[in-house]
Design a protein. Structure first.
Length: 338
């Protein structure tokens, strides 16, 4: 090969490599400009909590600008295009036009964490300081009461040492019971007081007074039935965590610890009339307060495969039949609206 031929080959190679490099750079830039990568389509817009919308609201858990933002989809198209609001939360729940948003900025001090009450158009109505890291949130079916739980120390219910603080707020009078540990406790038919008492996972009945929650004391967890007006709770059953009352008010879905001393739970449903329970078809460990989409179906969050910082929403029949099904990816804190 002559010298001129070698120079020609070299020039062509340089041009080809330059073209490939430019193409790769352009493609990478194009991907970076996209609002999401690999997840459901998301568009900024108006998200409301009003009746009649027949929608599913949740928090986005995927990477990108919509992480933690409240989103909604039509109830009959849960994995379809999302409408995303500018309200961001760590935990969220809503009912009857009232929402509770637990906020916590990464690295923020505990006193900077807030519970924000929003109206049907997501406008802030009131806010309250939180004593720790957001964990659970619930609104009563009428929208009158909101409850939240935070970790005061520790970051997991599976930790050897943790403390929680649970509050109930009346959104009509704005009376705040800032710590359920001040309520009277009846355990095994006797008054109970102990320094190790913790409450978490409130769920409300439809009478604007009755609620259920988890009580932890002496190394055991209990399902308790409470009254806001009487400021009291009574223990009903053991080994019940993060209860969720069915829309018809007859059953409790909850996570049941299946191995002592380990962070392993199995979702169960309990009949409140008989206190008999049955396991659900979901056999993975669910560390969440499940939500009822209707009287037959439960939704809950599980870590996404290969993504420790993302959760997906799954559903399972409440009667113990069937099998788990993916509801929508990159999401948490589901609430059925309308």
């Amino acid at each position: 090969m002559t010298r001129s031929h070698r120079l020609l080959v070299l020039a062509v190679a340089v041009l080809l490599l330059g073209g490939v490099g430019a193409f790769l750079v352009q493609r990478a830039a194009s991907r970076a400009d996209r609002p999401h990568t690999g997840g459901p389509e998301a568009t900024a817009g108006s998200v409301g909590l009003g009746a009649g919308r027949k929608s599913l609201a949740f928090l986005g858990s995927g990477p990108g600008p919509h992480r933690g933002a409240l989103a909604s989809v039509p109830a009959d198209a849960p994995d379809g295009p999302r409408t995303v609001s500018d309200l961001t939360c760590r935990r969220f729940h809503a009912a009857a036009g009232t929402g509770v948003c637990l906020r916590s900025d990464p690295g923020a001090l505990a006193q900077d964490n807030k519970a924000v009450i929003v109206d049907t158009e997501l406008r802030q109505v009131r806010s309250y300081p939180l004593a720790g890291t957001p964990s659970r949130a619930r609104v009563s079916p009428s929208g009158r009461f909101a409850a939240w739980t935070v970790f005061v120390s520790g970051e997991s219910y599976g930790s050897a040492f943790f403390s929680t603080r649970t509050a109930i707020l009346d959104t009509r009078t704005w009376k705040l019971d800032a710590n359920l540990e001040e309520y009277a406790i009846t355990l095994d038919g006797r008054d109970h007081r102990a320094p190790d008492v913790n409450f978490w996972g409130v769920t409300f009945a439809g009478d604007d007074d009755t609620f259920y929650a988890t009580l932890s004391t002496a190394g055991e967890t209990h399902l308790v039935k409470g009254s806001v007006s009487r400021r009291s709770v009574t223990a009903l059953a053991k080994n019940v965590e993060c209860p969720s009352l069915s829309p018809d008010g007859t059953r409790i879905a909850y996570k049941k610890r299946v191995r002592a001393g380990a962070s392993l739970w199995r979702e169960h449903v309990m009949d409140l009339r008989t206190l008999r329970d049955h396991p659900l078809a979901e056999k993975r460990s669910v560390d969440d307060q499940a939500a009822w989409l209707d009287d037959r179906t439960l939704a809950y969050a599980l870590p996404a495969d290969g993504a420790a910082d993302r959760t997906d929403l799954w559903t399972v029949p409440a009667d113990g039949t069937g099998s788990p099904e993916l509801l929508t990816s990159a999401a948490s804190s589901p609430a059925r609206l309308g």
